[in-house]
Design a protein around this ligand. Sequence first.
Ligand SMILES: [Zn+2]
Length: 488
Amino acid sequence: MAKAKLDPTEGTPFEAVIGLEVHAQLKTRTKMFCGCENRYGAEPNTLTCPVCLGHPGSLPAINRRAVEYAVRVGLACGCEIARFTKFDRKNYYYPDLPKNYQISQYDMPLCGGGAIDVYVGEAKRRIGLTRIHLEEDAGKNIHAEGRPESWVDLNRAGVPLLEIVSKPDLGTPEEAGAYLRMLRQILLYLDVSDCNMEEGSLRCDVNVSIRPRGTSALETRTEIKNLNSFTFVENALAHEIRRQIKVRSSGGTVEQQTLLYDPARDETRVMRGKEEAHDYRYFPEPDLAPLSFTEEWVEGLRRSLPELPAARYERLQNALGLSAYHADVLVRDRGMADFFEECVALYPKPQAVANWVVNAVREEANIRQVSARETGVSPSRLVDLVRAIDEGKVSNQKARDVFKALLGNERPVADVIRALGLEQISDDAFLRDAVSAVIQEHPGPAEDVRKGKKNSVNFLVGQVMRRTKGQANPGMVAKLIGEVLGAS
Ligand SMILES: [Zn+2]
């Protein structure tokens, strides 16, 4: 069912052409062109000043950190970084834009070209970028349900915003989702944005058209605005592609429109019809000098880039031998992947460690909405637990109870295993006695084992486990039963 939803062109003579425009707020301390605090959730209109309120005569100044963040993103995506760039005014009128223009970048964006590699199932696809530029965010209009008036909150006005525009290289809603997830991971790894879609720090517009499969011309497209979750992006695209296929299949033509997606009803509404060629009357921002960068400055930023998610995803599989699933789950959360790598440095059994991090640690972190580190089990204690399992001191099943008992305290793993009475018994002589006793009590099944019935081995192991209150090492017990009864 999910598959049909994600590939709406399947079984039709059409293919979809999708491009994404993503806006990411940068998490600088202050706004893009003034010293106001850049913070979400403050009392409305408390983080403002004459510059971001657009008072006449106030002068903007460029936030150096925001430029640095933007260049880091460009470098991480393999873009060409402009050595000379400028800001422009984009003129339009709207209540949340007190200056009546937005400072943006028009014909000389900070970054051009570049690409993002995305993984869809087994396949890796390279999605090209058109450009990345810097601009400022607008304020926010607030329309309260059932009230005749609207409000404007200008705390967001002037917050640094990065616009990342992809080429129309995406073919399915699933690919669009994968692209967004990878872009989000890159921004999080670079530590330049919170990427919190609910708070609006990551927002997405999509362009979509269809064309006969195998052709290459770009046809009339529609744009869907203001999608604030990955699921909405995928659902809205699937919905819109199906709608366009229906129109074309019945002999109609797709009109150029801007649409709004209603997630509650899974439908799109027309926001405005054929967009008149907007005259934003762009012109160079006269209050800001153009920017030029030295080679050294750009190269310094390049050298400071962390390992990026795609490279890490491949390394975890190729160098550490993890499954694609484990690598993917770990890489999605930088803190979780760092935690995992610290564990492996202490105990170089990557897959065994990954199982515990991906299951137990992640589950606990998700339930409590904390990071891996904040769960209260340090890498060294988790590693002690994995080692205890490997050494047969506790069974894999009981280890989950030990893990729970490790949370929120500093007690050594060995002590916790002992205190819970979960020590696994691997003592040969003790287990032999238990096996002999069970064989005497159950001569029928023992005879079956001698005749080669595997199921009866399981029965006898179960009896030994019962006798030892679950503490016997089941692997050793099975082996001993085989030895004693002369079965393999
Ligand atoms: Zn301000």
